[in-house]
Design a protein around this ligand. Sequence first.
Ligand code: UDX
Length: 447
Amino acid sequence: MAPPKITVIGTGYLGATHAAAMAELGFDVLGLDVDPQKIALLERGEPPMFEPGLGDLLRAHALGVEGSTGRLRFTTSWEEVGEFGDVHFVCVNTPQKQGEYACDMSYVDRAFESLAPWLRRPALVVGKSTVPVGSAERLAERLVELAPAGAEVELAWNPEFLREGFAVRDTLHPDRIVVGVRGERAERRLREVYATPCAEGSPFVVTDFPTAELVKTAANSFLATKISFINAMAEVCEAAGGDVVKLAEAIGYDDRIGRKFLRAGIGFGGGCLPKDIRAFMARAGELGASEALTFLREVDSINMRRRAQMVELTRDAVGGTLLGKRVAVLGATFKPDSDDVRDSPALNVAGQLHLQGAQVTVYDPKGMENARALFPTLGYAASVQDAARGADVLLHLTEWPEFGELDPAAIGGTVARRHLLDGRNTLDPVPWRKEGWTFRALGRPTA
Ligand code: UDX
């Protein structure tokens, strides 16, 4: 049998990476987006966002790039997608609803409504977006209703676990593949699509629709809980004079606990964890199971408190009032190796400081453009040195590797005062203190 032809609907972080990875695995791929500008970039092999390795993959396969395999094409036409594909991956985003905890399903719903009328022959539609449990069942019915091929169009749910910054690696070498299916035909198709990673040893977990949907939200809730747990310990350390970095190291040696995701600091952000735990709470409420997830409310509020604590630590460092104080902020993205500033703790802290009267100057290696668009009133500098010039305090808020390599003596020559606050607990206090810096961090003793 000929290998399935693949389409990818929605070419954001998830879709652009998935489309390029499918081409890398040898499939013919057609990506669709409603944004013609994004499509124009992708056709030239240019990623619409910063993601390590994605540009190389796009250039290797995009039809518009000379010398490429030509296996990867893009379009804005639903008709073309319907005609081309045997397997259609839906990768559109599911943001938080305005003014509510619940998930905004309008992009997913629109994608299904737009695609289905063009499905004239047997096809498998695969949802990858993070959705409230129960969505797949509803969408499967809608597909059969709307598609000319009727029951010959099947649905599967195949959540994605990629991390920004590692999206290409996570997609080509996933640590597990989870598929929610209703029949063997859909399972066989997906085994074909994922034959390469499965042969490399990625576990292939077959389950029903609701479980597949829940795996994703459960995984993200667990990760968020782990981060908020260590941040709660940071609060206790602050009260008791303990060191949360040592504490995390020590409990992490227990392999039932593990070292990962135990880095205390200004907490989690980004386009996934915050909105996913909120949507999960909202959905549990609708299902009459809200009590099961009340702890996630606490996870969320611990997380938000750490941002406020960073602001307080800054106020303290500059003598009790932020008015007119110069604050240099290193980092704007929600994590390193990404240009994503969605719900970024770093930018949130920078914004709060600015609103309380500080003169804030931000530097980030990749996130400047997105940060400026979201927070145009902050100051922006082209380098660490420019941001630090004349600063009363230096804040380390996103752990980009280049910040770990800063020379405390050289930076010390540009600032007005040698105050450093580490909001990510990744800098070594020793060399900074040796150069006469006051070094403080969340959940750690002052000296
Ligand atoms: C997350 C999930 O990890 C991924 O599996 C899912 O598919 C999408 O959501 P991502 O949003 O890319 O991925 O970021 P992640 O690496 O999980 O980090 C989330 C946030 O937690 C970042 O702001 C990061 O700085 C913070 N974090 C992470 C901590 O504060 N401490 C830690 O120990 C780890």
